[in-house]
Every structure is written in C-alpha cells, then in structure tokens.
Design a protein around this ligand. Structure first.
Ligand code: NDP
Length: 419
C-alpha cells in the first residue's frame, strides 16, 4: 500500500526497518538511504528473505537538501521517515515540502554547530524568553506549521518512545481516564546492564548533550530550570525494582505544555547508575563533552565526536545487554468530581528484543513507535496538514498498534507517586 523512504541506518533505524518488514501490508516498499550505504545493504540482506516488503538502498547526505530532493523525486515515496540525527530534521523537512511528501521523525531539531552565531542569537533570545537552555527545542520545526498546512502535508514529530509513546499515553489518559489532569511525571527507567563501565544506549553525541544539560520542568505554564542532575528521587519500578532517577529537560514537556496547558506540572525523570554519572562528570570536567572544535596536531576535532568514536556503537550493545526497561507516565487529576491517580507504562526486555530483531531495548522502544507513527501517517489515520506531535492525534489506534507490534502497556490505578 505504501512506499516509504527511511533515512538513517543506525540503532533505531535498524529496528524501524525490521518492524516495517514485519508490517508488509502497510509497507509494501521501503528504501533505506543513509550516509554509509554498506550499512543499508547489510540490513536489506538481513531481512529481504523473510519479508514481502520490497527493499532498495541508496547513499545520501541528508545535510544536503539537493541530494535529498533528487532521491525523493526519483523514488517517489508517500512518506519520509527520518531516523538519522536531529541535525538533519530541517533539511529533510525542506526536501519533503519541495517534493510534496509527508514527514516523520523521532527527535526535535538541534544544530550540530552550537557556535554558529546566527543560530546562537536565536537560541540566546529563546533561553531568556522561555527560561530553559537545552540546545534542542520545537520552535524550529513549529515554524514550518504554515508551510506544511498550505502544502496539505503532515509532519509528525517525535514518534519514538520518549518523546512519542509517552505523549500518546498522555492523550490516552486525557481521553479515557480524566476530566482534568493536574500533574504528569514521565519516568524513563533502563534497568539494563551491558557490562561496559560506560556506554550510551543511543547516539552518544545526542545522548550526552541531553543528559549533561541543565534539568527543567514546567510549572503553571512556566519553565523552572535547575542545575544538571540536582533533583534526585528513588522509585520502585514494576518488573525492574528500585532505581535512582534524576530530573532532566526533555522535549515532550515542551509539546505537552503547549497542547495541554491545563496541566499544572510536567516533569521528566531518567534513571542513571552511579558509574554512568561518575564517567559523565569526569568527561565533562576534562572538556570531552564540548561541541566546540579544537585544533589538534594540525587537525580540527570536535571533542564529543572524538569521544563517540571511542565509545561502543549503541547498535553493538544488543547481544550483551540484559535486564528490562520500564517507561511510562504517572498522572494525577480528577474524574467525575473525585481525585484520581494513574500510571501507564511499558516494560521491555533487552534480550527478548535482541532475539526478535538483533537490537537492545532502547533502539527497540524507539524503532517500533517510529514504524507505528509512519504507518498511521501512511494509512491516513493520522494525516492532517501541519506540524504535530503525537499527543495531537487520536491515541487509540496508536495504543492498539503498540500492543500488536511488541510494546504492550499496563494501566495501573493508584500507583506510588513521585514527591
Ligand atoms: P545512530 O548514530 O545509531 O544512527 C544515526 C544514523 O544516521 C547512522 O546510520 C548515520 O550514518 C546516519 N546519518 C548521520 N548523519 C547523516 C547524514 N548527514 N546523512 C545521512 N545519514 C546520516 O543514532 P540512533 O539510531 O541511536 O538515533 C537515531 C535518532 O533517534 C536520533 O535522532 C535520536 O535522537 C533519536 N532517538 C529518539 C528516541 C526517542 O525515544 N524519541 C530515543 C533514542 C534515539 P552512519 O552510519 O554513516 O554514521
């Protein structure tokens, strides 16, 4: 029924591709296009014997709009799924607009070069006006609203797990369980162990930028920013156990704050072990997380990119990682005049993911929703002109698809709350 162009062929993309191949009814044809074509060819060879989805591959530099336009015009997909990096969001959106094709991604835009003076001027103004200082935010993609609306095209932003599924959980709670939601706590727990002293579960550069940034949450429509890792809580996660978790800035808070302004407080917590934090602090203190290029023996290097080259490739963690993830949302609010609390979560087992698609659970919990969001746009169930996040559509078909495609969820009444 649909022809989809998938851009990127890393950890998340490889799961999204495997799931598209399982869902051949919707994904009759896919093209995998990335910077390194050999990776695309290897993934094609892995799945093509087990699927009726017709797979082709191509090389593309997604930083170059002209290359993307030429590729899209020659392949003529209905939808482009961007699972490359957030740096490419805007060039891919521009190419989709030029070619009249729908757009889907899993992470909001951030610039590769945070020293670019033009970007920096806008960023610094936004920090002052809104009160949070993360490098990534939705303003760049929301600025495409009118263009996508006028072109009659859908841009679905952030259909991974968090953001993505967590925002769908919010829309689902609002639709079926609450008359009014007062607070949302999004809890992301990875109880997995890969046996390395230090590794990141998805792209190291994007991951380390995210977790080393100041934390922030939304209260009464305003951002409250705190020093990185300065709010810590313990939580006893179903099927994982007791873990330390830390308040982080996260992109779904921004979208939920805009789309559900009645919610008084929205926070995001992620679990980290002591070893991860000690390594990260040390790397930060010696300057290894810096995005500013330095000259080294006559060559320009960006410290965090050099670090990425040293760290294990997240796509290689699959066979080594054991344990489970638990990601979900805790809600407080009111239903039929009575106070109510609710927890919606998914538990995912690293080794089960590896057996099914050859990846660990972080790539799996992102790649499955990337496929689901793309399928909903491709099939027309989630199609409307403009730029949207996953909380802005009917959550029911997405929730159904999560159960069907490997991420079943649990609704628990009266959970333990986070103070
Ligand atoms: P990886 O680094 O494993 O993969 C990125 C892929 O994009 C690689 O195949 C890379 O090519 C390719 N790529 C990078 N730059 C370009 C370019 N200029 N042109 C073409 N291809 C390019 O990242 P992940 O798979 O871990 O992450 C993918 C996305 O998913 C990221 O945006 C990340 O932020 C997001 N994510 C979202 C989550 C969520 O829950 N919402 C959770 C985790 C990740 P090459 O192979 O040559 O390096």
């Amino acid at each position: 029924m649909s022809r989809v162009l998938i851009i990127g062929c890393g950890g998340v993309a490889q799961v999204a591709i495997a799931k598209c191949c399982q869902n051949s009814e919707v994904f009759t044809e896919i093209m995998i296009a990335s910077r390194t074509k050999e990776k695309c060819d290897a993934v094609k060879a892995r799945w093509e014997k087990e699927t009726s989805t017709v797979i082709t591959t191509a090389q593309v530099d997604a930083d170059k709009k002209e290359e993307l336009v030429a590729l899209i015009n020659s392949y003529k997909p209905e939808v482009v799924l961007n699972v490359a990096l957030p740096y490419q969001d805007l060039t891919i959106m521009d190419a989709c607009l030029e070619c009249g094709v729908h757009y889907v991604d899993t992470a909001n835009y951030e610039p590769e070069d945070t020293d670019d003076p033009e970007w920096r001027a806008i960023y610094e103004k936004r920090c002052q006006e809104l009160g949070f200082s993360a490098y990534f935010d939705y303003s760049w993609q929301w600025a495409y609203q009118e263009k996508f609306e006028q072109a009659g095209l859908t841009a679905l932003c952030g259909t991974g797990f968090d953001p993505g599924v967590t925002s769908v959980f919010c829309a689902y709670a609002k639709k079926h369980y609450f008359d009014r939601i007062d607070t949302i706590d999004i809890l992301d727990c990875n109880g997995g162990d890969h046996g390395y002293p230090f590794a990141t579960n998805f792209n190291p550069e994007i991951n380390l930028r995210e977790v080393s940034a100041p934390g922030s949450y939304m209260e009464n429509g305003k951002w409250v920013e705190i020093p990185a890792m300065s709010i810590k809580r313990e939580y006893d996660f179903p099927e994982v156990g007791m873990k330390d978790m830390y308040l982080l800035h996260h992109e779904e808070i921004e979208a939920l704050g805009r789309n559900m302004p009645e919610v008084k407080r929205i926070r995001f917590f992620m679990t980290f072990g002591q070893s991860y934090l000690t390594h990260m602090n040390c790397l930060e203190n010696v300057g290894m997380l810096s995005t500013t290029p330095i000259e080294f023996e006559g060559q320009q290097i960006v410290p965090i990119q050099f670090l990425k080259a040293l760290l294990p490739d997240p796509a290689s963690l699959g066979p080594r990682t054991v344990g489970k993830t638990n990601i979900g949302c805790i809600f407080t609010g009111v239903k039929d005049g009575k106070e109510k609390t609710l927890y919606i979560y998914n538990v995912c087992d690293h080794q089960e993911c590896y057996r099914e698609v050859g990846s660990q659970a972080i790539s799996y919990t992102t790649g499955v929703p990337a496929m689901i969001g793309t399928a909903l746009v491709a099939s027309g169930l989630w199609k409307k002109p403009g730029v949207f996040t996953t909380d802005e559509f009917d959550p029911d078909p997405y929730m159904e698809a999560l159960n069907k495609w490997g991420l079943p969820w649990v609704v628990e009444e009266n959970p333990v709350l986070v103070d």
